[in-house]
Design a protein around this ligand. Structure first.
Ligand code: PGA
Length: 253
């Protein structure tokens, strides 16, 4: 089996001004001093400070991403940001389909698919977020919902493009709630998702695609999550806003 490089990603959401963001980025960079070559670190600041934060991280080996991306290259799309703008601001990736985009702002699987394809066409790595609500889990619909989000989200994405796709499984009921999926619950879903990639694509894609877990990841639970065979990293919200907690997450054992 191919060894997948872990990806530890911090999603700052709608937090941080330029001064705070550059300070946090520098403090996070200072925590990346263990010389690990089995993991990558990525920060997703708000659009407004993507450029400053990317600049502050130059030469530090930390990737930056936008928190969303449009499928169009330019034009009359008020409030949106094009793949080239992300790259111009120093970003190399975009988070797409985050549960807050789906549930607060009503983004559909179809819209998310356009973002995925647009971002890929623009040369970005895409972190495609998926996850079931508590209602869906309790109604035993977790796998059905996730399969639909993956199939629709990746519709038209071919095998060759999959090397630029990362999947982030974030159960909606675990985001920002302090409730983490147990390591067994998370591993069960990650194994299902890897099997699904095998069914949609091929074994090699299933073996090499990174599947991150997100939802109340903290220094206290990161080690047991990362010890699961199919968990390849974390997408971290709240605990990524402090350098010491995110540092402990990056430096998981
Ligand atoms: P959380 O957020 O770590 O605060 O639960 C995770 C996310 O929304 O990506």
């Amino acid at each position: 089996m191919t060894k997948r490089k872990a990806l530890m990603a911090g999603n700052w959401k709608m937090n941080m001004n330029a001064v705070e963001g550059c300070r946090l980025a520098a403090d996070v960079a200072a925590q990346c001093n263990k010389g690990y070559d089995d993991r990558e670190v990525l920060l997703a600041p708000p659009f407004t400070i993507l450029s400053e934060v990317s600049h502050a991280l130059e030469g530090k080996g930390i990737l930056t991403a936008s928190q969303n991306v449009c499928w169009e290259e330019n034009g009359a799309f008020t409030g949106e940001i094009a793949p080239n703008m992300v790259k111009d601001a120093g970003g190399s990736a975009a988070i797409v389909g985050h549960s807050e985009r789906r549930h607060i702002f009503g983004e559909s699987n179809e819209m998310i698919n356009k973002r995925v394809k647009g971002g890929l066409a623009g040369g970005l790595m895409i972190i495609l977020c998926i996850g079931e609500t508590l209602e869906e889990r309790e109604a035993d619909r977790t796998f059905t919902v996730l399969e639909e989000q993956v199939r629709k989200g990746l519709d038209g994405v071919d095998t060759g493009q999959m090397e630029k796709i990362v999947i982030a499984y974030e159960p909606v009921w675990a985001i920002g709630t302090g409730k983490t999926a147990s390591k067994e619950q998370a591993q069960e879903v990650h194994a299902f998702l890897r099997g699904l990639l095998d069914r949609i694509y091929e074994k090699d894609v299933a073996d090499t695609t990174r599947i991150l877990y997100g939802g109340s990841v903290k220094p206290a639970n990161v080690n047991e999550l990362m010890a699961q065979p199919d968990i390849d990293g974390a997408l971290v919200g709240g605990a990524a806003l402090k350098a010491d907690s995110f540092g402990s997450i990056i430096n998981f054992q």
